[in-house]
Design a protein around this ligand. Sequence first.
Ligand code: ATP
Length: 451
Amino acid sequence: MTDQPGRLLLVDDEPAFCRLAAAWLERAGHRVVVAHDPEQAAARFAETAPEVVLLDLVMPPRLVPEAGLDLIPGFASVPVIVMTAHAEHDLALRAVERGAWDFLGKPVEPELLSFAVARALRVARLRREVAELRAGGGAEDLGLVGRSPVMARLRERIRRLGATSLPLIVLGPTGTGKELVARALHQVSDRRAGPFIAVHCGALPGELLESELFGHIKGAFTGAHRDRPGLVEAAHRGTLFLDEVGEMPPPMQVKLLRFLADGSFLPVGGREMRRAEVRIVAATHRDLEAMVAAGTFREDLFFRLKGFVMRTPALAERADDISLLAAVFLQRVAPGARLTPDALSWLAARDWPGNVRELRAVVETAGALATEGEGVDAALLRFAAGEAEEEQEAPPAGAGPGQLDAAIAALESRMLRQALAETGGNQSEAARRLGISRPGLIKKMARLGLR
Ligand SMILES: Nc1ncnc2c1ncn2[C@@H]1O[C@H](COP(=O)(O)OP(=O)(O)OP(=O)(O)O)[C@@H](O)[C@H]1O
């Protein structure tokens, strides 16, 4: 995650400290507005709409911490970092009770200050983005979460091409939202009142796929007891999403090409051509050009589809979106839950080979396992991602007193964590997979310190 400069309000009655701290912060690119007493602070807050407030608690005229403490609730819409020379535990707690977000003891060190500000800015932006999404940003986002330029361009393209009925292909690595793009194309088109049907072309063998797509006539094959319309007919006046079109066997590719040319098709066992008016959106994570070169994908079909190409970026190409995606996924399973700063750093630093799908699974599992009222931290995310901590996982070497018990506990812990991660934290399902009762699982979790 890149740290971007922000708008800050610095409230402190000592001009010398204000000048120094403002200079440090401005060097990092932040814009700093200064206030020296509570009245000025309230006015500057209203005028400049800062993203983060840095607040000294002891201020004139009374020179007691209450002067600063009383300001905190009014600043609650943004993270407030409290600074004071009287950095006592008690005062910190009172500030946090009033809604302060972080606490810095004076004298403030430049590095600590800039670190706290960067963290607070990240949180401020996340809060704003989530609030925007909740307030209906979803429709404008076409169901695709992300603020990066590459996502903005993708949405722009969806809006432009969504209005047409031309076939197109969505290319991108696994889990990057190709199906979501297809759905968005359907939603922005004037077909939106019609059906959206998704077919996974690799999930069925060739003959079954043909009958699934184009239907069959009674008696066409053993078990065909009556005429059955296919999905192209079911998708009439709507959109048919052909996922993993690269898996389509060559004979089916010919039939798809004909359908793309004029909307006609022959049901399996049929003698009369039929027609349906369907927009085809195909997708694949495979390299179709290489497949054409290898002769496994028809060149004419490739050219027909590739007139319009959409590309969904790997998550690594839009790393700035990770925190927003994570916050949105977390809100869906655990409304009100927060990602801690170390969780955000862990998410940003990790590779996501499974892209958004993997990110979603990890965050949702962690959200399901989170204790109410506590933030989701990096340790919980690591656990949800099934990333074992080496020292806990390694079985003790050699035999010795108590080592069998330790090894059994390590094995139990690993199996429990894996089952919970794989079932998204569903204890009943995890217990079933492990072949134990749910109360038994809960007892073991408590004994192994897994809750
Ligand atoms: N931009 C996004 N905003 C919100 N959720 C997303 C986004 N991109 C992907 N997802 C989520 O990630 C998961 C995978 O998305 P989707 O199935 O569309 O990916 P895909 O590229 O079609 O994957 P595959 O190639 O494996 O079929 C879904 O749960 C989807 O909701």
